[in-house]
Design a protein around this ligand. Structure first.
Ligand code: DGY
Length: 307
């Protein structure tokens, strides 16, 4: 707040604005910069009416903003990259482990008083060590997840649209991870973890056909954005045993879950907390404020996405 106030008057609403309140505020001419959360939607119609200079998104993802429309209307958009990489990779690894080892079911089992002593067949899960991890996308968070997975003895593969990344660009991961084309990655992964941004191209990237081509024992992990998965198709695939399970931190229509998802035991379901550590949220706030102040005073912000 102190950082923001250094740039001028700051108006802090007492609760998140509704879509129409946000629209009215952006068109009012009263504000130069909006500090936004990923639940605030800036679509083409809002941006066409808006008289703001910039949007400082409190997130690394910026699919809540129609960036092309922002650019066309002279609105700068900024995000908070880098600071949440490790925390989000931790959560991807957590979902891999928790889903493979049925952590939620096991916790519930113990708390409910059903634990009556060690049994050879009690709550058997899947191996993580030696399993094939497929990473869809290979940006910062995917690479940080790869490092963790290698430490757990996983066989790490990735896919990106441009094809294999030269070793020279892979740093300490060079020679330790393998590129696979998308269809092969999907077909051969024991764990498929999503690390692509949500765009028109990645909307429902995981649909019924993709799910059908996964191993029946495979686990789907999503710490990226919910709409990358057709959630209804996922529920069907989990129910029918087309795949083994899913570890999800994000959902297609947050905060709503697809019908039936919450009742499936072969899932680990978290409430979009990938970056939720105290220090990460503080660093995100600092970057976001830094971007907002720069845009308000007419200086180049540190993290523009459409400059
Ligand atoms: C982001 O930053 O995009 C996360 O989803 C929330 O921290």
């Amino acid at each position: 707040m102190t950082m923001l106030r250094s740039a001028g008057e700051v108006v802090l609403p007492s609760r998140p604005l509704s879509a129409s309140e946000l629209d009215i505020a952006c068109a009012s001419g009263d504000y130069d910069v909006v500090v936004a959360q990923l639940t605030d939607r800036f679509d083409a119609a809002l941006l066409a009416r808006a008289s703001i200079k910039g949007i400082a998104n409190y997130a690394v993802g910026f699919d809540n903003v129609d960036v092309a429309a922002a650019t066309a209307n002279g609105v700068l958009v900024c995000n908070t990259p880098g600071v949440l990489t490790e925390a989000t990779a931790d959560l991807a690894m957590l979902l891999i482990l928790a889903t493979a080892r049925r952590c939620v079911e096991a916790d519930e089992f113990t708390r409910s008083g059903r634990f009556e002593g060690w049994r050879p067949e009690l709550l058997l899960g899947a191996d993580v060590s030696g399993a094939a991890l497929g990473l869809a996308g290979f940006g910062r968070i995917a690479r940080a997840t790869a490092k963790r997975a290698l430490g757990f003895g996983m066989d790490v593969r990735y896919t990106v649209r441009r094809g294999p990344i030269p070793d020279g660009e892979l740093g300490e991961l060079a020679g330790r991870v393998r590129y696979l084309p998308w269809t092969e990655l999907v077909r051969t992964s024991d764990f498929l973890s999503l690390h692509v941004p949500l765009t028109e191209d990645t909307l429902h990237l995981i649909d019924a056909a993709t799910l059908r081509s996964m191993k029946p024992t495979a686990f789907l992990i999503n710490t990226a954005r919910g709409p990358i998965i057709d959630e209804k198709a996922l529920v069907d695939a989990l129910r029918s045993g087309e795949i083994g399970g899913a570890g999800l931190d994000v959902y297609e229509c947050e905060p709503r879950l697809a019908s039936g998802l919450a009742g499936l035991p072969n899932t680990t379901l978290l409430p979009h907390v990938g970056s939720a550590t105290r220090s990460v949220r503080a660093r995100m706030a600092e970057l976001c404020a830094d971007n907002a102040v720069a845009m308000a005073v007419g200086e180049p912000p540190r993290h523009p996405v459409n400059a």
